[in-house]
Design a protein around this ligand. Structure first.
Ligand SMILES: CCCCCCCC/C=C\CCCCCCCC(=O)N[C@@H](COP(=O)(O)O)[C@H](O)/C=C/CCCCCCCCCCCCC
Length: 194
């Protein structure tokens, strides 16, 4: 799925990576997070490969198609619990967490705790949309995140300076994608889809 934006070549999948694989490499505690992320991505991939694929070529065309054809549960859960709009919204909120977390990681020092950076980013973003049980489970998972050095190694980008440089390159792109979706969803009053 593409985003029409100032840099026409940006694709959602270019900015994402195999979140499932990455989370699994952090340990089985992250399984429930990975499962949810992968299943939501799969829902969108199925739309993109399905009989209405042409409508799912861009986020903008998906929003128009689903809204024009009443395929979105707008006020309360109904007959479209897995609409593309609703599914993307969950991932969009997670992207904000990722943006905040990676920015903290980029500006962190050797003795920074990834668990604290991750929890701060989560509390500022996704947590506001999660019920108590999920917040607790996420909080416990963060506690077993590896330290900064190991975390950088798992990212497999190179030495710390290179990781920091790559994060500096990636963050503006993440931020741009986030803002495009945020504006589009705000324009259609879809930031609180059930
Ligand atoms: C350069 C690499 C470094 C960064 C590594 C990032 C790896 C990216 C991976 C994953 C992103 C997490 C995506 C989570 C999607 C959550 C979507 C969501 O909010 N789902 C909830 C609501 O769904 P519905 O019930 O309405 O369908 C669902 O209830 C949640 C379930 C699971 C818990 C989600 C907790 C999220 C915590 C976020 C981050 C954790 C990752 C830590 C590892 C660094």
């Amino acid at each position: 799925m593409k985003y029409f934006c100032s840099r026409n070549s940006i694709k959602g999948k270019e900015l994402s990576f195999s979140s499932g694989l990455f989370l699994n490499s952090l340990g089985s505690v992250f399984g429930f997070i990975s499962k949810d992320a992968v299943s939501k991505i799969q829902i969108l991939v199925n739309y993109m490969n399905g009989e209405n694929a042409s409508h799912y070529a861009t986020v903008q065309s998906m929003v128009k198609y689903e809204l024009d054809n009443n395929l979105v549960d707008v006020n309360k859960k109904g007959s479209h619990p897995e609409s593309g709009c609703r599914t993307l919204l969950r991932l969009h909120r997670a992207l904000r967490w990722l943006e905040l977390f990676l920015d903290r990681l980029r500006t962190s020092t050797e003795d920074s705790k990834t668990s604290a950076l991750c929890a701060e980013a989560y509390n500022e973003s996704l947590a506001q949309h999660h019920p108590w049980m999920i917040r607790k489970a996420a909080g416990m998972a963060f506690l077993v995140l590896p330290g900064r050095q190991t975390f950088f190694e798992v990212m497999n980008v190179g030495p710390p300076e290179q990781v920091v440089a790559k994060l500096g390159e990636a963050l503006p792109l993440i931020s741009e994608v986030y803002q495009i979706t945020e504006d589009l969803y705000a324009q259609h009053n879809m930031l609180d889809l059930p």
